[in-house]
Design a protein around this ligand. Structure first.
Ligand code: ADP
Length: 396
């Protein structure tokens, strides 16, 4: 169209069909704005029409109109809608079915593991979760859970064993107390017999007291209620005091006792003096207890790799190799009957181990039956490392 909006030329495609040019479109191009509209062309269907003003030096030179019939496009859309309406529901149905079967296959092993896990209780801790045939993430998790069950089973077994042992240990003195009391009450006539019974009962009461005290110490150490009062102390002095004390204890059995200080200067460490004394006295009293008359005991103090080492060696009965890994367990005794007569509770070395470890150190033992045993405690000079023993409360 020219500047006065009259048709100048028309594309052949239009044939005889004129393009509508409504008042709104005319106004827009006069204002030099392009105009886009959809016009209804009667039976030929709608037409999308763009009227584009040609501008030179700010004034209208002419207008170009370009149109696109929307009929074929709408027909295609109609056809597509029909296809979607007919085929869509089937496609969605098969898709859902496929997803459901796939999910079923993926989730089935998880459900199996969950059901197996629900069936595991404190009474059947030996059961394990089923391990799939594939090496995937699920089987890794199942392996992990099974390992955790192994550990749980072991600690449950330990707890059961411990409570069984504890009740057995306490029942024995109680049975003796009751038996002796009953017999004396029925048969004893003179005061001396009653006095004997009370004396014997006192021994059993002492024994029970010792067991309960040791049990309490161990139980408290496990829940972190036991405190270590750390301060700098002279291990050299402590070892010498223990040596002098042991000399008195050794006298009755005529055991020779030696002290070897294999250090060039005084050894000072950070530790709880009372607990350390208790630890060494437990080891020393064992050595005296399990060493026959006229034997020998040697206490050695040395330094190795920034740790102090205290060794207590005896020429006693020794410990058979198969018992060595267990002697630090609670209530473990090599000779059950004999230890009871000796007044042992079977808890001494468990406490020793806890004290050594709570100080950041440890204890090792070597022994030969008939020749003797050697308990070696190592203690770091600076005490336990921060946070390494969360179950022990450390006071500085
Ligand atoms: P107990 O109170 O019975 O002595 P411990 O926990 O102190 O309990 O010791 C555990 C066991 O280790 C003892 O019953 C004993 O059989 C063995 N034992 C400990 N120390 C020695 C030693 N010096 N010589 C031989 N056996 C020992």
């Amino acid at each position: 169209r020219d500047a006065s909006l009259r048709e100048v030329c028309v594309s052949d495609n239009l044939l005889n069909r004129g393009l509508t040019f409504g008042p709104v479109a005319r106004q827009q191009v006069r204002w030099l704005h392009e105009h886009l509209e959809t016009t209804d062309q009667g039976e030929k269907g709608p037409l999308r029409l763009l009227s584009y003003p040609l501008v030179k030096n700010g004034s209208l030179l002419g207008v170009v109109q370009v149109g696109q019939e929307l009929g074929p496009l709408q027909q295609t859309i109609e056809e597509l809608r029909l296809i979607y309406l007919v085929v869509g529901p089937f496609a969605i149905f098969w898709l859902c079915l496929g997803c459901w079967l796939l999910a079923e296959r993926t989730i089935a092993p998880i459900i199996e593991v969950t059901e197996a896990a629900q069936g595991i209780t404190a009474d059947n801790l030996s059961r394990r979760l089923p391990l799939g045939s594939h090496q995937d993430e699920l089987s890794q998790m199942v392996t992990c859970l099974n390992q955790m069950l192994d550990r749980l089973e072991k600690s449950f077994r330990r707890v059961r064993q411990f409570s069984g042992d504890a009740s057995h240990e306490l029942r024995t003195p109680l049975t003796i107390l009751r038996g002796e009391t009953e017999v004396t009450m029925r048969w004893a006539k003179d005061p001396e017999e009653f006095r004997d019974m009370l004396r014997s009962n006192m021994e059993e009461i002492d024994r029970m007291e010792r067991i309960i005290e040791s049990l309490l110490t161990l139980a408290k150490s496990e829940v972190g209620e036991l405190t270590l009062e750390m301060k700098e102390l002279s291990l050299s002095d402590l070892v010498q005091e223990l040596y002098l004390q042991s000399r008195i204890l050794c006298e009755t059995k005529n055991i020779e006792i030696l002290l070897l200080l294999e250090v060039e200067e005084e050894v000072r460490i950070r530790g709880d003096e009372l607990r350390l004394r208790q630890m060494f006295l437990n080891i020393i009293s064992n050595s005296i207890k399990y060493t026959p008359d006229n034997g020998r005991m040697t206490i050695t103090l040395a330094m190795a790799d920034g740790s102090a080492r205290v060794e207590i060696r005896d020429t006693g009965i020794g410990i058979p190799a198969e018992h060595l890994p267990h002697i630090f367990d609670r209530f473990y005794r090599v000779d059950k009957a004999r230890n009871r007569m000796d007044g042992g509770t079977g808890l001494g070395l468990a406490i020793v181990k806890w004290i050594a470890e709570a100080h950041g150190g440890g204890i090792t033992v070597t022994s030969e039956v008939g020749k003797g045993s050697c308990f070696s405690v190592h203690l770091p000079i600076d005490g336990p490392e921060e946070g390494k023993h969360p179950k022990t409360t450390i006071l500085d």
